[in-house]
Design a protein around this ligand. Sequence first.
Ligand code: SF4
Ligand code: SF4
Length: 220
Amino acid sequence: MIGTARKPEAEILETLGKYHKIIVTGCNGCAKVCKTGGEAQVASMAEELRKHGKEIVLEVTPERTCYINHTLTSFEGKEKQLKESEAIVVLGCGGALQVVRQATEELGLTIPVKIALDSVGHMDTVIAGTLAIEQCQECGECVLNETGGICPVTKCAKSLLNGPCGGAENGKCEVDRDRDCAWILIYNRLAALGELDSISTYKEPKDYAKFNKPRSLRLA
Ligand code: SF4
Ligand code: SF4
């Protein structure tokens, strides 16, 4: 999922500055899991904004706001509120905001769309309801089959493809002594699996052209 964290209230109020009639839009996908943009957070953002003198003309939480059809569906029948609103504030990731903007444009509207969250990376929930961590940077050329299912690009501080660097001490990374060295984890896992052969040969550098932005994905 896309990890999100709420921006400070002062920053949200500043960006909404001159706008009075506001639509609050959340996301029942990743932002709900992050407890930053589900229905509960949309309701509490609306309440906060009301306390600061804003008029909330609509609260809406699409199933997954990053999916254009979900966002358009959630706006169906809400044309009146959309037309009278002066700004939309989105409790979702940066992609969600841009899909909301696209939806308003497809509906022929020019409304400022403002973000209330910071997107902090691709996160996986490792302790339900409590902790999510970054495990994949979507490099476009996955090496997990050769590294025992542990990503060196993300979990090694230097993103080494041919580790370890030699700086680890007592199994901890030289860059951050609180973190396990990813390459020691990879070695131990491969040893347990009997797959050490997979790291016995040098790995060529990745094709960094695959990181060129913006990337796209054909779905049909
Ligand atoms: S190698 Fe790591 S960053 Fe690249 S796709 Fe696989 S898990 Fe993601
Ligand atoms: S100590 Fe391990 S995790 Fe840290 S930079 Fe070196 S190889 Fe990577």
